[in-house]
Design a binder for this molecule. Sequence first.
Ligand code: SF4
Length: 701
Amino acid sequence: MMTVKSTCCYCGTGCGVEIDVDHGQVLAVRGDPEHPANFGRLCTKGLTLAHTLHADSRLAEPRLRPGRLGPGQAVSWDVALDTVSERLAAIIAEHGPESVAFYLSGQMLTEDYYVYNKLARGLIGTPHVDTNSRLCMSSAVTGYKLALGADAPPCSYEDFDHADCVLIAGSNMAYAHPVLFRRLEAARAANPKMKLIVVDPRRTDTAASADLHLAIQPGADVALFNGMLHALIWDDRLDRDFINAHTEGFAELRHAVREYTPKMAADICGISEEALLTAARWFGEAGAVLSLWCMGLNQSAHGSDKNLALINLHLATGQIGRPGAGPFSLTGQPNAMGGREVGGLATALSGHRDPANPQHRAEVAAIWGVDALPATPGKTAIPMFDAIAAGQIKALWIVCTNPAHSMPDANKVREALAACELVIVQDAYADTDSVAYADVLLPAAGWAEKDGTVTNSERRISRVRRAVAAPGSARADWDIGIDAARRLAARLGRGAHLFPYAGPDEVFAEHCLTTVGRDLDIGGLSYAVLEAEGPQQWPRPAGASQGAARLYTDHHFATDNGRARFHVARHHGVASPISARYPFHLLTGRLRDQWHGMSRSGRVPALFAHTQEAALSMNPGDMARRGLTDGELVRVSNSHGDWVLPVSSNDAMLSGQLFVPMHWSSAFVGSAGSNALTAAKIDRKSFQPELKHVAVRVDKI
Ligand code: SF4
């Protein structure tokens, strides 16, 4: 038997694992006691990883699907990738490079992400590369860049141990980041004076543990944060020395928040003025304040403003760049951070560069050895599928994600996929919703079957290691991308030099090179360093003996003039307000033991012990008024679609609000689930859609 150290493939906590392997089979998975993200702890999902590897539904060989009918015809890799390169070359020749798009995933490894980004922008010349991280973290990216100058979460998990006040906003951390929540509980036990404030419309398990739960109305976060800032100004709890020395834009913000009196802000939020003032006082009095947030702020048509309004609180009180202090976004997916680092978003280039900046494009082009990168803006996720529906994008290559389930207004996305001339789906599983639309299916190696790296929420890069062989002829995503790129380069008659890699270590080495001199500089990292020293935080430039636990400790920010920037954010509410026709707020979110569309976690019977089936959570009074009883089937609907499911009485829900889990879709319930109902309304700065909320009606069947 041997033991292989790797990283859990579920959430952005990035827990280290030890995998016991015997005769090519994974026998057990346990927490790695040496990994600084989890010190041996795992949640139920991580603990059951060994049971996810042998599913019948694994895609084991490439398949061509003439007419998109049935499972298709099994073919060799040569036939599959020659078909891919031939059809892509023909589409590029007829319609131009921008008729090709890539839709990637925060579950890809950094090396995977790097290869597909280079294939798209460097070889094909299309800017249309986006990722499901657009649905996840792009508002946090925008908030950090606008306020602090770089897409860099400034904190570390060890800050939990130094905080006197923790504000969790829009995150059911007890379910979505369970190991981190345990760490926070331990920090509270060690520091009983620590105050925990949770902002969430629902009384989640996270909210139930708080010293103060602010059950705000959906979409009211900016009003809350502005009201708190108003109170902090009024009570003179600001760090004026910090504001004067290290920031700009405070006078304008101060003027703007004058109208957010605590009474007015509390009324918008639907909470008491006293509760808002208590939150502001705890924030202002604490020696160190840590804010943690996730999809409740990001998945909003005003997600960037929500991020900025929260960061404003930290800048106004000087709560950043010190132990226990800072605005700390929790990433949902295991490698959303790695994707951001290599430019896997349409709005980013390798090394945190900006595709709209000619100098940045030239720098990446020079490293890659190409004349130029595309200058036109790439389409982000929602416009990308709109362009597919409109016939502007003819070929879509989907890697490691399932947009037919996970995109908002999923029925429209399915129509776009049905109309697309060429759809390539590369996945470990053969039964996701998006597979139905594939012309070509490429089998990908999954967790424990491939090598690479991931970056977690605290900027820590960890190795993912191969422990067993992939089923059939499935291959690592980076390996498939390199092979396909070489074949396409031969057909295009250019770019033969672009993909010289013999393995993922060489891809990682080139990625490190692109970061030199940038905010995330990892010029001092390599597979050899990670092997010798274990997981490392960035930046770790050449010559450094370790990575940085904390950013901006000198209060010099990544903006042009080194000053952090306050931004005025105004309350706008939800994008789909309730009405007489659709009188309920529908909230969406995770369950404790499931992951995304359940393509992996749904194979493990033990993970259904906590919640067995999808149900609509509803306030008991609302149920009584409608004559509904527990378990009764209801139809939840709006203009986008509907979902028939049982209703469940839940006194954690406020009257007028409903909750459904995001995990179920066609494979389980015969519809697109929650995303049959959500609207494709996007934030104008981050382009992130409002997946967290939509207005609906509920009818008895
Ligand atoms: Fe995996 Fe996240 Fe659970 Fe850690 S907390 S074991 S990374 S799912």
